[in-house]
Design a protein around this ligand. Sequence first.
Ligand code: FMN
Length: 190
Amino acid sequence: MEQGIRKGKVIKNMLIVVLEGSPNKKGSSNLLAEQFIQGATEAGHSVQVIDAAHANIHPCTGCIHCGYEGPCVQKDDVNEIRQKILEANMMVFVTPLYYYGMSAQLKTLIDRFCAFNSSIQRKHMKSALLAVAWNNDTWTFESLESHYHTLVRYLNLKDQGMVLGKGCGTPSMTQHSRYPQQAYELGKRL
Ligand SMILES: Cc1cc2nc3c(=O)[nH]c(=O)nc-3n(C[C@H](O)[C@H](O)[C@H](O)COP(=O)(O)O)c2cc1C
């Protein structure tokens, strides 16, 4: 991680990749991402957005030509995304809740980590989770939270926090909730 001195204070200039998993470009999860980015850039970090839902990303075929660390036989956007992730210090998972898990769009990208799994594990990257759901039950995010914590453990990530927006079924509901502010504060305190 690069370190810099500004106004007498040590600041950490991280490169953060934000992996967006919603088909709704102007939807609720991206609204949280936008606020997170605002906070993180104000805190002096650089952010690169990867729109996993609209990129050309094919599902892992499980062929294991990569040997779990090597070139993937599929020639799509993941080659470029891989480089961006491996240059970064932190990755942020952004997703709507779909059937109590992350969206298939985001999961499809994560499955492709298969070809650079060890590289990610070696980096000890920071991470965060931003998610939204229609439901407001206490257990709404139980499965997603558990999956995220397992990914953190397996990929040697250092969790920086989660914003789990319950009752965020539409952008308007989300806008009027406390979660955009939480996302901003999460970015700002990095
Ligand atoms: C396919 C699909 C599955 C969904 N599954 C759930 C769910 O399991 N629980 C829930 O609370 N909301 C569920 N929702 C609602 C979305 O999580 C919610 O509307 C969210 O705000 C959409 O985020 P976005 O605007 O970023 O796309 C689902 C929506 C869709 C389209």
